[in-house]
Ligand binder design. Sequence first.
Ligand code: ATP
Ligand code: MG
Length: 220
Amino acid sequence: MPKVINDNPFVFMGGTFDPIHNGHLRTALELQQWLGVDQIALIPAKTPVHREAPGRSSEQRLEMVRLAVADEPALRVDDREICSDQPSYSLLTLQSLRQELGDERPICMIMGMDAYQTLPSWHEWEKFIDLCHLIVVHRPGYQLPDGDQISDFTQQHRVVTPQDVLTKPAGSVLFHELTPLAISATQIRQTIEQGLSPRYLLPDQVWRYIQANRLYSQVS
Ligand code: ATP
Ligand code: MG
């Protein structure tokens, strides 16, 4: 008998979003449509105050995500990491989501291939798969990692259809290739530092906020 698709999976993308750009936004929107879910949540990570780069705070990164999704009902911002007293570890976020959503509801964590390559260095990463699915999107310039640990992990958990992640609460890794956008926040920060315009790499409302608050260009 075919399994009933749970109609309300929680799908999210974490990141520093420093700043949020069209690579993040397009990825999230394409996945929302591909999976057929109502919404994708964007969860900006908190930077400890003593490690914040000059010129932008966690609140400013959060505000930029807010501005970026303000007129897109398929995307929303979730401020749980920035508002939390705890450090931004994915494990803590997943545990808090699981507690809030219960044991049955599918939870999917989106990450780019660059992030997936570094997964074995994340705090207690082996526990993630018991709490969520991973949806890994291709990113120009990054290949499927071939380290022993991550290859074994991929082999063990890989599934190939969205159905697989929408019918179970956790446990799978799903890869997806979408419109490749070679945009990074690093490139945008460098462009602004050089006095050049990053326009069309990120939403205009975010660019206007960056200009009004003199983010990235001025180290004071
Ligand atoms: P930085 O250059 O500062 O690392 P970034 O552009 O990589 O910034 P992050 O906030 O680090 O952005 O990324 C958040 C998540 O979005 C990560 O999982 C990352 O892999 C993914 N991501 C970022 N940019 C893209 C892109 N252009 N295409 C697909 N995934 C992306
Ligand atoms: Mg990054």
